[in-house]
Write a protein that binds this ligand. Structure first.
Ligand code: GPK
Length: 803
């Protein structure tokens, strides 16, 4: 948008008086932040309603992205950047004596997600608005986001994250758009006069779903889409309501949108979680139908104008919920309703981990959602009947929805959608060939791949301004919306000056991060060292342990041979563990104890440091990623569906140290073997071990001297403070089979780390690798990912290239 600095300053001062009756001098950062937020809202108001009107008037097909999680991160700078007024505002505030960065800190980081899945949803809505896709997010307005992590004595402690405490400047409560969601009670079907069955409900609990809308601003294109998050409230009561039963009811109802479940890639099976899932699904689908009807096209054309996307199985109840509305409220016949439902729905799978698969007990659904359970049974019955004519009964039994007293949500999502996609090529192949192979025989054409992506606007333009400016000077700024233009940087691969400038940018970012570590943890780290980064949820399959065992081996090497030729290293971890995931929490404690040991050992100096940052999340990622030299992507091959921090780190010039897992495979294809450091088992070798049952972890402990020593350190008192954890972890590796092949991959990993150490010593080689990584990262922009979803899954328009 057009905004002069002069006008901005006047607007800002005016808003400050209007909202707070304050002059500039009396105001503090909090008031200034809210003032700026309100000003931004006033700037976008027109385009927001214009966008919505245009969608209705032009009868555009619209996409609704249903996700339990939207891990947005702070929105202030992102909104300013997308509006094209970041520099004007920064400058103008500066004139008024206000530091924009200080205001940024006021905004709470809304942690409405756990990790990759939630952050992907956030990247997607940014990219969808920028790509001019008529698309909206639909989710839950959790009162408490993901817990705040503290380390007490090296142990993870969880504190509530009350992100709404001071209000949320970006949201608008839309009371008129509230809908009612029904739980519990009894339902029976009766014939209506017009020849269809209508359900009657008795004793149902009614919950009011109130939407809070936030603007999703496209980059430099006047598009403003909507993120709609639902909050659970008690419906208005009449005079007959007993006061105390009302209070009781209110607590029960409001708990639905109270807190985000802190599990990542893990199914917990709690009733409250099921309530959450149906709550936002039912509210979202009802509101879509209401909105669709404004176009007056007739319900039979729904699938031509609406696409509903199911982000993992958490919103899979969309399928029976849409059926319910079409059958019970629109009085459609089953075949017609089913056809429409399939054509409307599409589903993304994010994991092959068995423990993440949702399987709800049928009685639980029966009690909570009596009408929905009837519809699920009928979908299942018809599936068995119709497919039973075409395929053998074993295949049908293994793929049906209801089995062993449970509803298999992934099966429902596949049967009820026209598209199912994996999130990286390798992951999709594994789905097709292994995990979901039976479905692939039945519905081969439903399966497709959409490799994940990230938004280069947040993860480079905002997070790494020094690099952004360097790139702009070299190749211009078209990459903001045409990210593969970054490939033009390759022309500078032999240009010593550019490589030197790149090194300086990285160094500057490392100094900044080192200052942060010093201030927040009281730990000095050397910016000349290699900054080696592993940031992601703590999960056994991601193998933070492999990294840690190798760090211990370096430590012992330095203890035995102080003169050993090791390039100085700082190993940086950031990770939260699910509160109920004992093993992950033991690993956290062990890492912290090893950090204590190494960081305080006077023999080590700054050859080796271990930093475990507290409370890793989007805001910390924005600090760490620009400062990273090495990107640890070391999951056991076949287990990480895609990964997205791998993409963010390469975009910021880190070299990937990786197994051939998830999107690492595609990263390798784009940068070439010389610009990535690979190690470890391949996915097919892992499957081979499973089939043959020939992995014997204990042998590696017995035969590998380095490993033997490192593993013994876990149980012989070498690591003070973590005796119990050390023993448990030792047992998991040595005695109980080492589920994720840590010991098998150890030597190969250590050798790969050795290659990193040698490569880093030649700055020209290293910076050339970094440059090629940045230049090759454009293809991993979520702009391209959502454009492919738009054309290949949703069948909606998008703007693929800016002219
Ligand atoms: C997968 F199943 C899940 C889950 O519950 N949470 C989650 O964050 C992740 N994921 C995968 O583990 C990553 O490999 C992937 O990049 C990310 O989803 C986005 O697709």
């Amino acid at each position: 948008m057009d905004l002069s600095k002069h006008k901005f300053k006047a607007d800002f001062k005016k808003m400050l008086t209007e909202v707070y009756s304050m002059g500039l001098k009396e105001s503090e950062a909090t008031e200034q932040f809210f003032t700026l937020g309100n000003l931004i809202r006033s700037y976008i108001a027109k385009n927001w309603s214009k966008t919505n009107q245009a969608y209705i008037e032009k009868k555009k097909k619209q996409v609704y992205y249903f996700s339990m999680e939207f891990l947005l991160g702070r929105m202030l700078k992102s909104n300013l950047l997308n509006l094209g007024i970041l520099e004007t505002v920064r400058d103008g505030l500066g004139d008024l004596g206000i530091d924009l960065e200080a205001l940024v800190q006021i905004e709470p980081d809304p942690g409405l997600g756990n990790g990759g899945l939630g952050r992907l949803a956030a990247c997607f809505i940014d990219s969808m608005a920028t790509s001019e896709i008529p698309a909206h997010g639909n989710g839950i307005r959790y009162k408490y986001g993901l817990f705040k992590q503290k380390f007490v004595n090296g142990y993870q402690v969880e504190l509530p994250e009350n992100w709404l405490q001071n209000g949320n400047v970006w949201e608008t409560r839309k009371m008129h758009a509230a809908v009612t969601v029904r739980f519990y009670g009894h339902v029976w079907l009766e014939h209506s006069g017009e020849g269809h069955l209508v359900p009657h409900y008795e004793d149902a609990q009614e919950v009011l779903a109130v939407p809070y809308d936030s603007a999703v601003i496209g980059f430099d294109n006047e598009i403003v889409n909507t993120l709609r998050l639902w909050s659970a409230e008690v419906p208005p009561q009449d005079e007959s309501t007993d006061y105390w039963s009302f209070i009781h009811q209110r607590n029960e109802i409001e708990s639905i949108s109270e807190v985000l479940y802190p599990d990542d890639s893990n199914y917990e099976g709690r009733l409250l979680r099921l309530k959450q899932e149906y709550f936002f699904v039912s509210a979202g689908v009802q509101s879509i139908i209401r909105h669709y009807k404004k176009m007056h096209l007739g319900i039979e054309h729904l699938a031509e104008k609406v696409a509903i996307h199911i982000n993992d199985t958490h919103p899979a109840l969309c399928i029976p919920e849409l059926m319910r509305i079409l059958l019970d409220e629109e009085h459609m016949d089953w075949e017609h309703a089913w056809h429409l439902t399939i054509n409307t729905m599409s589903y993304t799978n994010h994991t092959i981990m068995a423990e993440a698969m949702e399987k709800w007990p049928i009685e639980m659904i029966q009690t909570l959602l009596p009408r929905i359970v009837q519809i699920i049974h009928e979908i299942d019955r018809r599936y068995v009947m119709e497919m039973g004519r075409l395929f053998d009964s074993k295949l049908i039994q293994s793929t049906r929805i209801v089995e062993g007293g449970h509803v298999r949500m992934a099966h429902m999502a596949i049967i009820g959608s026209h598209s199912i996609n994996g999130v990286a090529q390798l992951h999709t192949n594994i789905l097709k060939e292994k995990v979901l192979h039976p479905f692939c025989l039945i519905y081969p054409s439903k399966f497709n791949n959409k490799t994940n992506g990230i938004t280069q606007r947040r993860w480079l333009m905002l997070a790494n301004e020094p690099l952004r400016h360097l790139i702009d000077r070299k190749i211009g700024n078209e990459w903001a919306t045409m990210p593969t233009e970054l490939k033009m940087l390759k022309a500078f691969r032999e240009d010593k000056r550019t490589l030197q400038e790149l090194a300086e940018v990285k160094h500057q970012n490392k100094v900044r991060f080192a200052r942060f570590v010093d201030q927040s943890m009281g730990l000095e780290i050397n910016p000349e060292a290699i900054f080696d980064v592993q940031i992601k949820r703590l999960h056994a399959y991601k193998r933070q342990l492999l990294n840690l065992l190798h760090i211990l081996s370096l430590y012992f090497k330095l203890k035995d041979h102080p003169e050993a030729d090791l390039y100085p290293h700082v190993f940086i971890f950031g990770a939260k563990a699910a509160p109920s995931y004992t093993y992950a929490k033991q690993i956290i404690k062990l890492i912290n104890s090893v950090a204590d040991l190494i960081n305080h050992d006077p023999d080590i100096h700054d050859k080796l440091k271990l930093v475990f940052v507290e409370n890793y999340g989007v805001s910390l990622a924005e600090k760490i990623i620009p400062a990273a030299d090495v990107s640890e992507q070391i999951s056991l091959a076949s287990k990480e569906a895609s990964g997205t921090s791998n993409m963010k780190l390469m975009l910021n010039g880190a070299i990937t140290l990786a197994t051939l897992d998830g999107a690492n495979v595609e990263i390798k294809e784009h940068v070439g073997e010389d610009n990535i450091v690979l190690f470890g088992l391949r996915a097919d070798e892992v499957y081979h071990y499973y089939n043959e049952g020939t992995y014997h972890a204990h042998d590696y402990y017995e035969k590998n001297q380095v490993l033997h020593r490192v593993l013994n350190a876990l149980i012989d008192g070498t690591i003070p403070g973590a005796e119990a954890e050390g023993n448990a972890i030792f047992d998991s590796l040595v005695s109980y089979g080492d589920e994720y092949f840590v010991l098998r991959d150890f030597d190969d990993y250590a050798a790969a780390q050795g290659r990193i150490d040698r490569l880093y010593r030649d700055p020209l080689i290293w910076q050339k690798m970094a440059l090629i990584n940045i230049a090759s990262a454009g293809i991993f922009s979520s702009d391209y990912t959502v454009q492919q979803y738009a054309s290949q899954i949703w069948d909606v328009s998008s703007k693929v290239h800016r002219i």
